[in-house]
Write a protein of this length. Structure first.
Length: 329
């Protein structure tokens, strides 16, 4: 059976401390590429295949754009998002669908409650049902549908692995990562997700983060527009209080979490970190990525420390702070 790296091949990435006692450890793999694309740091086994989950969304969004999806900057952010389902997010997704004369049933992702607590509570008080447009991946699905409309492809089967759009996604992933995916699985939202290594994932994100909007190559030009759109509209990629939105706002990085402990982060100069926490826990991933960028010289120690503090990784006992989740890389 295909699988990712094993426990024996992982490295410690973070610990959980309570009153000075290390009660848990998070192990995984990571890689950092410098601004020029050279590999400068490797932990564990970043050459092993992983399922990037939502950290693949920037590459999937570029595939939608190169297939003809016409999106403004805010819509580009939603195409890349694991959003929290606020009214603001839902309105943008509905706008994409309306622009191509489709309803939210066309999304084909599961109906869900918003992850934003305030929004969810308001919907429950109003006796509103779960909807597809509130699902965190709905922006990605809407952008895929817009691409299908632009290219004249069938929208009903657009999530099938052999659909022309999904073939285009796979080819885009191959070109940006420099790898041929070893496995194609089905993500939680119902869309295909392709297994690549952390090195390949970092390479793909690095290419987008260092691309020019004046590039003669559409993939690079549109990738650069995508990264800028997210940096200028951090709320789109996640939502208020989330790690991705918080760090993009404070550091100017490009950050995208993925399920099962995957994280990618590109500093303003293009230095790029990619990591996977092997046990699938996301709680330390953002802080580890910040620390990796600091180790590579893309962030100063003071700036990195302040960013990690903003993630509220405090461990509490009886309601009072007694420790913290701490990167050890």
């Amino acid at each position: 059976m295909p699988e990712t790296f094993r426990i024996a091949d992982a490295a410690e990435l973070a610990v959980v401390e309570r009153n000075g006692f290390v009660e848990s450890r998070h192990a995984g793999s990571a890689v950092v590429l410098a601004a020029d694309g050279a590999e400068v740091l490797r932990l564990g086994d970043p050459a092993a295949p992983i399922l990037p989950r939502s950290s693949l969304k920037p590459l999937q969004a570029v595939a939608a754009l190169t297939a003809g999806a016409e999106l403004d900057d805010v819509q580009r952010g939603l195409a890349t998002a694991s959003h929290t389902g606020t009214d603001r997010h839902a309105d943008v997704v509905c706008g994409i669908l309306q622009s191509v004369d489709l309803t939210e049933d066309a999304l084909q992702c599961p109906a869900a409650w918003p992850n934003d607590v305030e929004t969810r509570d308001a919907l429950v008080r109003d006796h509103s049902p779960k909807t597809r447009v509130r699902m965190e991946c709905s922006g990605k699905h809407a952008a895929m549908l817009a691409a299908c409309r632009a290219s004249g492809w069938d929208v009903d089967g657009y999530l099938e692995i052999d659909h022309p759009f999904q073939v285009h996604v796979r080819e885009t992933v191959e070109r940006l990562s420099g790898e041929r995916p070893t496995v194609t699985a089905i993500d939680g939202c119902g869309a295909p997700v392709h297994a690549v290594s952390l090195i390949g994932l970092a390479r793909g994100i690095h290419r987008l983060a260092t691309a020019s909007e004046r590039s003669p190559f559409a993939m690079h030009r549109l990738g650069a527009q995508l990264v800028r759109a997210v940096r200028e509209n951090p709320w789109t990629i996640a939502g208020p209080g989330t790690a991705d939105t918080t760090l993009i706002t404070s550091l100017g990085v490009f950050a995208k979490r993925g399920a099962e402990g995957v994280m990618i982060m590109a500093a303003p100069d293009g230095t790029t970190a990619a990591l996977k926490v092997l046990d699938g826990s996301p709680r330390a991933a953002s802080a580890v990525a910040v620390r990796l960028l600091e180790r590579a010289g893309a962030l100063t120690a003071d700036v990195a420390a302040a960013a990690i503090r903003s993630l509220d990784l405090v461990v509490r006992g009886g309601g009072a702070p007694v420790g913290a989740i701490r990167p050890t890389v």
